[in-house]
Design a protein around this ligand. Sequence first.
Ligand code: ADP
Ligand code: ZN
Ligand code: ZN
Length: 740
Amino acid sequence: MYAEIIVDIASEQVDRVFTYAVPDTLNIVPGMRVRIPFGPREKEGYVIRLKEQADYDESKIKPILASLEDYPALLPELMELAWEIRERCHCPLCEALRLMLPAEMRGGRVKVKTEEYVQLNIPEERIDEAIEAQGRAKKRRLILTILSDGKPHPMDELRAMVHDVRDPLKFLEEKEMVRLFEQEALRAPYYGRVDAPPDPELTEEQQEALSELIPALHRPQKPFLLHGVTGSGKTEVYIRLVREALKAGKGAIILVPEIVLTPQMINWFRSRFGDAMAVLHSRLSPGERFDEWRRIRKGNARIVIGARSAVFAPVEKLGVVIVDEEHEQTYLSDRFPQYDAREIAISRGKREGAAVVLASATPSIYSYAMTRRGDYILIEMPHRVLDRPLPKIHMADMRAELRMGNHSMFSSVLLRKLEDCISQGHQAMLFINRRGYASSVCCRKCGETIKCSRCDVSLTYHSVDQTLRCHYCGEVRPMPRVCPSCESPYIKPMGIGTQKVEEELNKRFPGAGVIRMDMDTTAGKNAHFELVDRFRAGEAQILLGTQMIAKGLDFPQVTLVGAVMADLTLNFPDYRAPERTFQLLVQVAGRAGRGEQPGEVVIQTYQPEHYAIRSAATQDYRAFFNQEFDRRRSDLYPPFTMMARFLCEDKEMERARAVAEEIKARVISEFSGTPLFRRIFFIRADEAPITRIQDRARAQVLLKLLNHPDTDALLARFQEMAGEEYPARVVLEINPASLA
Ligand code: ADP
Ligand code: ZN
Ligand code: ZN
């Protein structure tokens, strides 16, 4: 017997199958990981296929040395998926296969942990007699009593209950009355508090959604887009759908943007499904992640909740994949091979006959466009559960505030509402969207942001040399002293810190209590869970935070939500800025009024007339979609085109830029005059918007490409070009989550 094997080396040169002999002593099946001789060394490899005959000189074929597990780590469907990813992402197969396994599994970095167990070794009817026979040996009597249920008990448990357990246990073991053995111990991660609520009666909208979704568990369908407003009870729909899948003997994967944003969802699932559920995310220790993965692979856990990479979870007989908050950019992988978890979900759904549900209160422009074309099936839940109203939204025009002499970060309406909320004993959430990168410059008097003269994007402030730069076309200007449109001196880069806001709140509302959630306060492993629990327990009346608190959280006591800097994301130098702003604001607003008390929202903005802000204020998704879709079409942005870029990184900006220029010149000289050149609308070499990350200067070649079957040939060629040797590091990105 021979095996076709992919060697676990990420390189184009060895990206093909190698043939090895299967020794009689080994039981090898496809999907197994094995150790093999490769050149002068030993390597790990994946068994792709078995075959009877070798296609070349048998005497030259080396044998497999060992299997790394006694089961195939890769499911057949996931191996097929890996081939598809190899095609789509233009990467070596082994890199695609690596996506399917916990990283710590490779190279034997995590060992299976075992624990010692004790079990009774005599038939049930003889237990009493055996206990009696111990006479006055109290410890032995106690041990036998504890074990009398016939189940294996961890040694630790016995140690805790019986003082100095070793000797009496040894005695019993020698008499063959008990049995000691080692068993795999699965490290269980922490999930926060779990209290099991009874099943609520479904609303009509939930029922209708389920009546469309459940049949898809049994008969393949197009992907669904579940557009349900915030508080419409989407989670309950997921739970019922998953339960139906389990009943039909099938498994489920639920993707969430980031586990830390969804502690409650995990609790809800956990309280309903208990140990049948596994959780995969980056904050688990390597050992925990490996153990969760094994629980899934062994079929002990049939439900998986996890972030992006959980889409590769080895769930057999997959019934449904749910992508919660499908509009989130975290579903786009930022590492090579760059995959989109939504696409993978759809591909798995098709191959494995599973239902795919993308869900959001603010669907991505792309997914919603797919429903318009009939490629996805749209299901709508336009109302909140129990006839709860959507929150009432107030706009605070911060330009007017300034005119009235209010120089603080809080508008008068937000302050007034905060006072009311606190004096009535309710809770409030204040949201500050702040990202760690260079900000746009805004006039606090007239609200103008300074834009590029040639592109429809805001210029970015560079504090080093006090300039404004356009990251799409490279325009550079000195930072003006006064506003170019109204000549006021109140012009400055936007952005305030959460810490400053916290101080201000403590000053204004002593006694209310403020909990701050941002990168600094949530660094610890369970810090989010703890902060969320503390706020829920009413320890503070104000929760202040960044993106982290914008989504997924459900606090019934919150009646007021304030978006302190609504515009900030609007001015990011990215064509998706309006989409992201709209999504964030609707999500933030959705945190208000989820309990008995109706909610109110204050959106503070310098650009109240912008369509993203206006449609967020009216919570009108469709109005926003229509306008944004038209803009994308007329400005040739995705989904009408593709964005691609070569990112070039080096210690020296000069070198990074030179490489970018070189690549651009090569693309032009190679393709100009060919039909493929017409697929390129735009090409420019430039510094990247974030010019330096971790002390690496970043330059880029940015391309806008026509969406066309031909374009794939272009991309494959680009991938080859990116793989060549340059004086700087080069990566090709296709429709990346961030163009920063
Ligand atoms: P969404 O994810 O759509 O924003 P959630 O799933 O968080 O909404 O549900 C909002 C709230 O409504 C939660 O507190 C949830 O427990 C509650 N809920 C969901 N379905 C029902 C129902 N059928 N009856 C009563 N309450 C419900
Ligand atoms: Zn420009
Ligand atoms: Zn101005």
